[in-house]
Design a protein around this ligand. Structure first.
Ligand SMILES: Nc1nc2c(c(=O)[nH]1)N[C@H]1C(S)=C(S)[C@@H](COP(=O)(O)OP(=O)(O)OC[C@H]3O[C@@H](n4cnc5c(=O)[nH]c(N)nc54)[C@H](O)[C@@H]3O)O[C@H]1N2
Ligand SMILES: Nc1nc2c(c(=O)[nH]1)N[C@H]1C(S)=C(S)[C@@H](COP(=O)(O)OP(=O)(O)OC[C@H]3O[C@@H](n4cnc5c(=O)[nH]c(N)nc54)[C@H](O)[C@@H]3O)O[C@H]1N2
Ligand code: SF4
Ligand SMILES: [Mo]
Length: 707
C-alpha cells in the first residue's frame, strides 16, 4: 500500500499468543517503522490495538534488543556476554550437539518452545522438524488450554462452537473464568453491543476483575469448584423442567447418566462447595434457560485446578440442555481455531520421529534438570525459543537451580535478555513481527491473516524459520523440508483447497492482509442448530465415548506416537473433583493464590517495557480486608507470599475484589526487576489437572506475611 511519497503502509498481524490476532497497519518511512495501528477494515480488530501492542514500534527499536549472537562470559545467570559471529554461534551449537549425541544420544537434547509468536511460519512448532530429525526428546507442551480443549473434544468434538462475532445477537452471556477486557479485548465491543440491546452479562469468577466490574451480575465462586456449580445448574434445569427436551432427545447421548450424576448436587450442597448461594444457583439456571440464545465464553481459569477438565466437560453440557445451539449467538464461544484448515503435520513433521522417542512435559523442567526424574540419558542441552520458562513454568526455584548447572548447554533465541536468556551459554537474536513474514491463524475469531515484513531485520536478527534452516544445514540435514522458504512453509501449512478458503490464496492474502474464512456469515452461524457434532456419535456426548481411551494429550501439544501417554482412567460422566490444595483452617497455608494474566503484559512479554511496567505498577497481591487484618497487613505494605515451593515479594492491595481465602497476583512480571529475585511461579505447583496434562497453576495454597 502506498500513501504519499515517503510513507508506505504494510499489512501485518499481531504475533502474540492472544485470541484477538489483530490486523495491523505498519507505517514505514525511509525503511523505518514509525507507527503501528489496528486495521479499521478488520471486523474484529476494528482499528484498535491494545495497551500491549499499540507502541510495538518501541519494542522493535528498543535499545535493549538482542541484535547479535552472544556467548556467555560470566557465571550462569550473571547476564554477562560477549558478541560473537553467527558462524561461531552455529559452529558451537553443532559441535556441542554432536559431542552430546556421541556421548549420550540425541535424547539428551531438549527443545523448549511455546507461543512467543503464534504464526505458522515462526511459531510453536517451527523447530519441530529439526528436533524430530535430530532425535531429541519431544516436549509435551500443555501450558495452555490443554484441559479446555480435551474437555471440549470429549463433549462436543472438534467444533468451532459459536462464532465470537455472533455474540452481539446473544440474549444472555456468561463469561466463565475469562477476563475478556484484558485478555480478549476485541470480544468486548460485541458483548457490550448485546448488553445495549438488553442482554444480561454474567461473570463467574472468584475475582471481581475488570470484566466483572462491567457485568450485570458477578458471581464470585470458590476456586476450583466450577464443576459443582455446573452440575447443580443441570439439576435445577431438570427438576424445574427448563430443558429443551426435543434438542436433548435428538442431539445428545447419556442424558439419563448425566441427570443421575447431577442429582447429587442440590443447590444447597453446591452452595456449600462453591460459596455461591443456593438461591443464586436457581436464579442463574432459570435465567440461562429462558433467555435464548444464551452463550458461554469459557476462559482458561477453570482448567487450572485438579478437576478442571471435568469442570469444562460439565460446562460444555449446558448449552445442549437448553437448546442454546439452535440459534446464532447461542452455545459456547471458545474454539474458532478448529475452523482453520491447517495441515499441522507439514509444520511439525511427526514422520521424522524415531519410534520410541521419549516425551517430557514442560512443567517437569525443574525436576528434569535437577536429576529428579531419573532420566536416562539426562538432559545435557536445552534449546529455548518463543518461550520464557523462568517466568512461565511452575517451581521456579528448581528451574533456576537446573539452569545454573555448569554442565548444561543452553541456547536461547530471543528479542530481549529475559530471565531465561540470562542463563544461556549462547543467546541468538530473533526478529520481531515487523521484520519477518508469517501467516496467522486465530483462536479468537475466524479470520486468517498474513504478516508482511515491514522493515529489514535489525542488526543480525533472524527469524525462527531462518534459524532452523541454518541449523539444519550445519547438521547436514538434506531433506527438502529444511530448505523451504518462509512462503513455502506458509503455502504447505494450509489446505488451500478447503471450502473455507474458496477463492483465497497466499498472494491474495499478502495483498489484502486478512480474510474471513468461508464458513457463513456471523448473523447466520449456527453450526449445531440441528446437532451435527463432530463426536464419534455425532451428538453432544454427556457420557463421553472418548473417555474409554483414558486421559490423553492432543497431538498438537504432544507429537508422535501414544508411547508413554499416561492414559489414567477418566470418568465418562462429568464429575466434581475437589481442589488438590483445598484451604484448611488449621493448615499452614490458608490462602488460594490465583496468578492470572496481567492487563499490560502479554504473559511475560512487555514485562521489561517501561510504558507497560508503568501501567502494570509494581507486583501486587490483592487480599480481602478480613484476611489482611488477620495477618496484620495494611494497604501498600510490602509482603512476602510463600509456601513450601518458594516465595516472592509483592505489595499488599487490600480489596473486596477477592473473597476471603482467595488472593490474586498476576503473572508476567520479570524476576530481575523483583526485590525477591522471584515471581509468582516460585509458588505454583507442577502437578497436572485431571485432563490433558493441563497445569494446576491456580490450585495453589500460600500464606502471606508482612515483609
Ligand atoms: N492482557 C493480556 N492478555 C492476554 C494474555 C496476557 O498475558 N495478558 N495472555 C493470553 C493467553 S496465553 C491466554 S491463555 C489468555 C487467557 O485469558 P483468560 O482465559 O482470561 O485467563 P486468565 O486471565 O488467566 O484467567 C481468567 C480468569 O479466571 C479466573 N479464575 C481462576 N480460577 C478460577 C476458577 O476456579 N473458577 C472460575 N470460574 N474462574 C477462575 C481468574 O480470576 C481470572 O479472572 O489470555 C491471552 N491474552
Ligand atoms: N502462574 C502462571 N503461569 C503461567 C500462566 C498463568 O496464568 N499463571 N499462563 C500460562 C500460559 S496460558 C501460557 S500461554 C504460558 C506462556 O508462556 P510463554 O510462551 O513462555 O510466554 P512469554 O512469557 O510471553 O514468553 C515468550 C517469549 O518469546 C519471545 N519471542 C517472541 N517472539 C519471538 C520470536 O519470533 N522468536 C523468538 N526466538 N522468540 C520470540 C518473547 O520475547 C518472550 O520472551 O505461560 C503459562 N504460565
Ligand atoms: S495482544 Fe491481542 S489485543 Fe493486543 S494487539 Fe495483539 S492480538 Fe490485538
Ligand atoms: Mo495461554
Amino acid at each position: 500500500m502506498q500513501t504519499g511519497n515517503r510513507r508506505t503502509i504494510v499489512r501485518g498481524a499481531c504475533p502474540h499468543d492472544c485470541p484477538d490476532t489483530c490486523a495491523m497497519l505498519v507505517a514505514v518511512e525511509d525503511g523505518r517503522a514509525v507507527e503501528v495501528r489496528g486495521d479499521p477494515g478488520h471486523p474484529v480488530t476494528r482499528g484498535a490495538l491494545c495497551v500491549k501492542v499499540e507502541d510495538y514500534v518501541d519494542r522493535v527499536y528498543s535499545p535493549d534488543r538482542v541484535l547479535h549472537p552472544m556467548r556467555r562470559v560470566g557465571a550462569k545467570g550473571s547476564g554477562r556476554f560477549e558478541r560473537i559471529t553467527w558462524d561461531a554461534a552455529l559452529d558451537e551449537i553443532a559441535a556441542r550437539f554432536r559431542t552430546i549425541i556421541a556421548e549420550y544420544g540425541p535424547q539428551a537434547i531438549l527443545p523448549y518452545s511455546y507461543l512467543g509468536t503464534e504464526g505458522l511460519v515462526n511459531g510453536l512448532n517451527v523447530g519441530d522438524p529439526f528436533f524430530n530429525k535430530l532425535g531429541a526428546t519431544i516436549s509435551e507442551r500443555t501450558f495452555c488450554a490443554s484441559g479446555v480443549i480435551t474437555g471440549w473434544l470429549m463433549t462436543l468434538g472438534p467444533t468451532t462452537g459459536a462464532d465470537p462475532e455472533s455474540v452481539a445477537q446473544s440474549k444472555y452471556i456468561i463469561i466463565w473464568a475469562c477476563n475478556v477486557i484484558s485478555t480478549n479485548l476485541h470480544l468486548w465491543p460485541m458483548i457490550a453491543e448485546a448488553q445495549r440491546r438488553g442482554a444480561k452479562v454474567v461473570v463467574i469468577d472468584p475475582l471481581r476483575n475488570r470484566t466483572a466490574a462491567r457485568a450485570d451480575w458477578h458471581i464470585p465462586i470458590r476456586p476450583g469448584t466450577d464443576a459443582a456449580l455446573a452440575l447443580a445448574l443441570i439439576r435445577v434445569l431438570v427438576s424445574e423442567q427448563l430443558l429443551d427436551r426435543d434438542y436433548v432427545e435428538r442431539y445428545t447421548v447419556g442424558f439419563t447418566e448425566l441427570r443421575e450424576r447431577a442429582a447429587e448436587y442440590t443447590p444447597e450442597r453446591a452452595a456449600a462447595i462453591t460459596g455461591v448461594p443456593a438461591a443464586d444457583i436457581v436464579k442463574l439456571a432459570r435465567e440461562y434457560a429462558s433467555s435464548q440464545p444464551a452463550v458461554i465464553r469459557l476462559g482458561v481459569g477453570v482448567e487450572r485446578h485438579a478437576g478442571g477438565g471435568q469442570a469444562v466437560r460439565a460446562i460444555c453440557c449446558l448449552p445442549a440442555l437448553v437448546g442454546a445451539w439452535r440459534r446464532p449467538g447461542g452455545g459456547l464461544v471458545g474454539m474458532p481455531n478448529f475452523a482453520f484448515p491447517i495441515k499441522w503435520d507439514t509444520v511439525t513433521r511427526p514422520d521424522f520421529i524415531r519410534p520410541g522417542t521419549r516425551h517430557l512435559n514442560q512443567f517437569r523442567l525443574g525436576a528434569a534438570l535437577n536429576g529428579e526424574l531419573g532420566l536416562d540419558p539426562p538432559i545435557r542441552a536445552l534449546f529455548v525459543y518463543n518461550c520464557n520458562p523462568v517466568i512461565a513454568v511452575p517451581d521456579q526455584a528448581k528451574v533456576l537451580a537446573g539452569l545454573a548447572r555448569e554442565d548444561l548447554f543452553t541456547v536461547v533465541s530471543e528479542h530481549f535478555m529475559t530471565d531465561t536468556a540470562d542463563f544461556a551459554d549462547l543467546v541468538l537474536p530473533a526478529t520481531t513481527q515487523l521484520e519477518q513474514f508469517d501467516l496467522m491463524w486465530s483462536w479468537g475469531h475466524m479470520h486468517i491473516s498474513v504478516n508482511n515484513p515491514a522493515i529489514a531485520p535489525l542488526g543480525e536478527a533472524i527469524s525462527n524459520a531462518e534459524l532452523f534452516r541454518r541449523l539444519a544445514a550445519r547438521m547436514g540435514f538434506d531433506d527438502p523440508c529444511f530448505a523451504r522458504s518462509d512462503e513455502q512453509i506458509a503455502r504447505e501449512a494450509i489446505d488451500w483447497s478447503s471450502p473455507a478458503l474458496e477463492g483465497v490464496d497466499l498472494d491474495y492474502l499478502k495483498r489484502h492482509g486478512h480474510v474471513r474464512l468461508k464458513v457463513g456469515a456471523p448473523e447466520s452461524f449456527a453450526p449445531h442448530a440441528e446437532g451435527n457434532f463432530p463426536t464419534p456419535s455425532g451428538k453432544v456426548e454427556f457420557v463421553s465415548s472418548m473417555a474409554a481411551v483414558g486421559n490423553f494429550v492432543i497431538p498438537l501439544f504432544r507429537q508422535g506416537s501414544a508411547d508413554g501417554q499416561t492414559c489414567e482412567p477418566v470418568d465418562p460422566i462429568p464429575t466434581f473433583i475437589p481442589p488438590r490444595e483445598a484451604p484448611d483452617r488449621n493448615g499452614r497455608f490458608r490462602l488460594n493464590l490465583l496468578s492470572p494474566k496481567s492487563h499490560a503484559f502479554l504473559n511475560s512479554s512487555c514485562g521489561n517495557m517501561a510504558r507497560q511496567r508503568r501501567i502494570a505498577g509494581e507486583p501486587a497481591v490483592t487480599i480481602n480486608p478480613t484476611d489482611a487484618a488477620a495477618r496484620g497487613i495494611v494497604e501498600s505494605q510490602p509482603v512476602r507470599v510463600f509456601n513450601d515451593r518458594g516465595a516472592f515479594a509483592a505489595t499488599a492491595r487490600i480489596s473486596t475484589e477477592v473473597q476471603p481465602g482467595v488472593i490474586v497476583a498476576p503473572m508476567g512480571y520479570w524476576r530481575k526487576f523483583s526485590s525477591s529475585r522471584s515471581t509468582v511461579s516460585a509458588s505454583t505447583p507442577t502437578a497436572f489437572a485431571d485432563l490433558g496434562h493441563a497445569p494446576t497453576f491456580f490450585d495453589n495454597l500460600v500464606e502471606v506475611e508482612p515483609a
